[in-house]
Design a protein around this ligand. Structure first.
Ligand code: MN
Length: 734
């Protein structure tokens, strides 16, 4: 006689319970999809049972019961085997030590992809976000998944969690119920999944407003007995009359759900007696024609309430709900609603898009799938809740490439951007000033380059700096029209400011050279001269000089007619003119002071640092670009030799320059520590990112603040000495 220890006996009985539940699941699927191969499900069940072994729900039930229930909900929707297998596995990656790789190896790419999708959605934390962002949250959720089946699984998961919510602490209950009402129930509604939506709403309502829920339940209970009697009588009368008229149909009845009663009473500011569709009879026919015939039967039996007839067959609702609705008055004076629809319409009303969604073997779309995608598009197009329907349409392109990314500020505000948007787009979406002074960005707490493509769910923090400013180079990666316009605008204004400044100086210097008293020329005269040369303002005139479109002498000749100017034939190079203008003698070079100098700037391609050999290049309107002599771009630039100007570093200042380095190393313990020690505490490390390849080789991207060339050389030498470092290279953007 076996004498099981109680723990073992318990394990045995729960095992039996879940096994029975699994057998029921298989039966259910066999009924809906007789030709389906169920081996995948058996393996998924065993795998899930193994992984969740010894895990227990707060209800005390074995954890396995949860994925099983979720699978049942999806099987009731007649979804495909991979979806149901995923339901069985949906929590193993998140809650047990199993990796996605293992799922892929055991169950293939399709299931792994679905599990990954559900895991990703589970990581979204709606609770910590700002209020009134529900719409964006729903959109984000949709944008994040590339397969609608992920949403079906998530909805089923949520439904079962709501059904077992009583086991959680009250605070958690409220939070989950709120999220359900704001995010998941509307999502189910949008998908046309009336049944799941209804249950989610009623469950959430009970936890969020227990008093109102209790009140309405009592009121409904008070009417239930009378209502049920009436509806039973109505139903049997209807069945007889429909038979008489040879209309094949079945008749159902229901009492309206509590949450929709509460909503209706609130919306219409009425009491429960005014809710005409509290009691409803449903006639489900074989054809649309029969719907209208049945309507005739209904109206011959009871008088319709004027203004309550609605033809949603001819004019479907946005989520493609179709039915005839009419409200009639019963014998006792009690109102009730009659809904008439075909079987197909009924299925869509209850299951929505899930009713359409069938994946074919090998992932090929059938004509029916194409229709369901078109259907989804239409659904979205008809969304009346949206202020901008086109905006929503683009997010719901579930076939299946999201056009938008949903990102967050550190405080949880949603920022919607277009695909491949960068931190620069994000910064300008926040505020123009933030964009204009943006110098760096952190995504999910990590420093990233400004050209980094953002993903849905990223938390983006923009680093700004007083005096920071946009850069022409940003135009190469900024995506949003807003950011691009703002950058262009800034560049234009600032290039102009520089060119006006340069033009003014050039004109002054040139006038001094010829001993012409420019200060005696009045503002009006200058303006006249400008307009005579077809420049609307004096500033435009200066700017033209600065840009090199106009020589200062041409202007002086106009301002001082008859002066000795014309005789001066000595031809000056542009460089000489600039040198003159800036008060530099012909032999001396232009002093490069460092950062923040209006007239000189370090070229973005090579970013020379103090001590490096440099070459100046007079740009059109941006002042003098300072390149390293070694910069590959210099060769090209020097084709225009007249734009070349000698430059040299001004006496040392406190300035430092960010310099990017790439280190190729063999990774070993302690490497980073020694490396940072080699860099020494006096040098600021702006950024350090390590990528380790499978071979054990590592690439380290490093940005250091460097004061001059010697400083850099010293550091490179020190880093090369660290064991395991193979190569240290300065990074140029070419
Ligand atoms: Mn779950």
């Amino acid at each position: 006689m076996a004498h099981f220890p109680s723990a073992l006996r318990q394990a045995f009985s729960t095992n039996l319970l879940t096994l029975t539940k699994f057998r029921d699941l298989l039966k259910k699927i066999k009924r809906a999809r007789p030709n389906e191969d169920l081996a995948l499900l058996r393996r998924a069940y065993q795998f899930s049972a193994q992984s969740h072994l010894r895990q227990v729900r707060l209800s005390g039930a074995p954890y396995l019961s949860h994925p099983l229930e979720v699978a049942h909900i999806l099987a009731d929707l007649r979804l495909d085997v991979p979806t149901i297998a995923t339901a069985l596995l949906h929590d193993v990656v998140e809650d047990t030590g199993v990796t996605l790789q293992e799922i892929r190896e055991n169950f293939g790419q399709e299931v792994a992809h679905l599990v990954e999708g559900v895991t990703k959605v589970n990581k979204l934390d709606f609770a910590s976000r700002e209020e009134r962002q529900a719409e964006n949250m729903r959109k984000m959720l949709l944008a994040m998944v590339d397969d609608l089946r992920v949403i079906f699984i998530k909805l089923a998961d949520r439904l079962h969690n709501m059904r077992t919510l009583q086991y959680l602490p009250p605070e958690k209950q409220r939070q989950i119920a709120q999220e359900t009402l704001e995010i998941y129930a509307p999502l189910a509604h949008r998908m046309g999944m009336g049944k799941i939506r209804g249950e989610l709403e009623d469950l959430a309502f009970e936890y969020l407003d227990p008093i109102a829920h209790q009140e309405i339940r009592q009121e409904v209970e008070g009417k239930r007995r009378a209502g049920e009697d009436l509806l039973k009588e109505v139903a049997s009368l209807l069945e007889a009359k429909l038979r008489e008229n040879e209309i094949q149909a079945r008749v159902e009845w229901r009492i309206k759900r509590l949450y929709s009663i509460a909503q209706k009473m609130k919306r219409q500011k009425t009491d429960i007696n005014q809710v005409y569709d509290l009691l409803a009879v449903r006639i489900i026919t074989r054809s649309a024609n029969d719907c209208y015939a049945a309507l005739g039967v209904v109206h011959s039996l009871w008088s319709p309430v004027p203004g309550r007839f609605k033809d949603f067959i001819a004019m479907p609702r946005p989520n493609l709900y179709q039915s005839l609705h009419t409200t009639v008055v019963g014998k006792t004076g009690q109102h009730f609603e009659v809904q008439i629809r075909t079987e197909e319409m009924h299925r869509i009303a209850e299951e929505g898009i899930a009713a359409h969604w069938k994946y074919k073997e090998g992932g090929l779309y059938s004509a029916a799938d194409e229709r369901s995608i078109a259907w989804l598009r239409q659904l979205v197009e008809w969304q009346q809740e949206m202020s901008d329907p086109t905006e929503f349409l683009s997010t719901l392109k579930i076939d299946l490439y999201p056009e938008e990314v949903y990102t967050f500020t550190p405080k949880g505000k949603v920022v919607v951007l277009s695909r491949d948007a960068t931190p620069v787009d994000f910064a300008y979406a926040i505020h123009t000033e933030v964009g204009n002074t943006c110098v760096g960005a952190k995504v999910n707490g990590k420093l990233v380059p400004l050209r980094y493509p953002l993903h849905s769910g990223d938390i983006v923090e923009i680093l700004t700096q007083k005096g920071g400013h946009p850069n022409r180079d940003w135009l190469a990666f900024a995506k949003s029209p807003r950011a691009r316009n703002k950058i262009r605008h800034w560049v234009k204004i600032n290039e102009r400011a520089t060119s006006v400044e340069l033009g003014r100086k050039l004109l002054e210097k040139e006038s001094r050279r010829y001993n012409l008293a420019l200060k005696n020329v009045s503002a009006e005269e200058l303006m006249k001269a400008a307009q005579a040369m077809s420049f609307p303002t004096t500033e435009d005139l200066y700017s033209a000089i600065g840009f090199g479109k106009l020589s200062p002498r041409q202007v002086l000749a106009r301002l001082f007619p008859g002066s000795a100017l014309e005789e001066q034939t000595e031809k000056k190079s542009l460089a000489q003119t600039v040198q003159k203008a800036l008060g530099i003698s012909r032999e001396a070079a232009l002093q490069v002071k460092g950062m923040g100098d209006l007239l000189t700037y370090r070229a973005k391609c090579c970013e020379p640092i103090r001590g490096e050999e440099i070459v100046g290049y007079i740009t059109r309107g941006k002042g003098v670009a300072v390149h390293a002599k070694a910069c590959p771009n210099v060769q090209n630039l020097l084709y225009e030799s007249e734009r070349r100007i000698d430059v040299e570093w001004a006496a040392s200042t406190e300035d430092t320059y960010p310099v990017q380095l790439v280190l190729r190393t063999h990774d070993r313990p302690g490497l980073l520590k020694e490396l940072t020690a080699a860099i020494s505490e006096k040098t600021n490390i702006r950024n350090m990112e390590t990528k380790i390849a499978e071979s054990g080789d590592a690439t380290i991207d490093l940005t250091l603040d460097i004061s001059d060339k010697k400083h850099l050389e010293r550091l490179i030498l020190a880093m090369r000495k660290v064991q395991g470092v193979r190569e240290v290279e300065r990074l140029y953007k070419v």
